[in-house]
Design a protein around this ligand. Sequence first.
Ligand code: COI
Length: 367
Amino acid sequence: MPAGSPNLSFIIKTNANPLPEAEREAAFANLGFGTLFTDHMAIIRWSADKGWHGAEIVARGPIAMDPASSVLHYAQEIFEGMKAYRTQDGHAVLFRPEENARRFRESAQRMAMPELPEADFIAAVDELVRIDAKWIPQGDGSLYLRPFMFASETFLGVRSSREYIFCVIASPVGPYFKGGAKAVKIWVSQNYTRAAQGGTGVAKCGGNYAASLVAQAEASAEGCDQVVFLDAAEHRWVEELGGMNIFFVMDDGSLLTPPLGGTILPGVTRKSLIALARDKGLTVREELYSFDQWKADAASGRMREAFACGTAAVVAGIGTVKFTGGEFMIGSGETGPVTSEMREALVGIQKGQRDDPHGWVHTVTKA
Ligand code: COI
């Protein structure tokens, strides 16, 4: 569904002290994830009396907050993750921004926050990408965009805030995992869960990620890259990783991924991979899958590959699964051929190297 026309127009206040080009280029030589930031940010404010107002692009910098700002106490905060890419012909493009705009609105609904019209969400991201286009790395890197919104009213009562700040920041990134394309090792959390029915698992709110951190710390202490959560009711069904969805590749060539069902984040990468796999004629099943079955299928060879996927992680092969009392390998323990093929199909479209039959690529600036 097209997002329509934006309601807001942005006042552009250019950063008077941008990072010098030589420093930016030097930083590009060794990109990790989420430590380097561009010169600008987009801001839109909301208040109960004025609605959405004050759209501007300003120099990136601290946001002054009262210590009683309600987000600091009750965590009314949501965010998105998306990327801008530089195509071979030099265009700056986004991938399915309308999906992020819609999910952001749905997260806002769940968290009792005002819904930013989708066209204004996309306009904010477009404006930031346009002004900071030189920050999109060439080659394997991309410009990670982080739209977010938080409750900014100075008030300690427990109710939804009457003031919010929506902001978009941008960060040139390389691989999310330290090992780059190497298959990752994941830890199955049997003590902690991420989301229960009726909770906030379906929303992209900071609280879900805060709740995952103790399990993620356990994963790191176990020498793993990521944690995978089981369902909260039975501690039996595989749900998702701390910050990404999961897919399994079976010996008949089919793909399996846990169904959304209210506790799993509806990933844009997840949705896109399902469509791409079906385009290739592969069967994709969205079905409950138990941890016990996973162990059995990995042992019997019925499971050939597994991979994690998300905007930040893209598509990352899972080589080893560790849990209290043991560990098992999936396939050869390396990234498998279907995983690599899915990754290439997705990245190829995102970077304009492959046909885009679904019309997913959104051009921000032409070279
Ligand atoms: C993303 O993939 O964009 C996320 O928000 C997840 C997080 C691991 C960075």
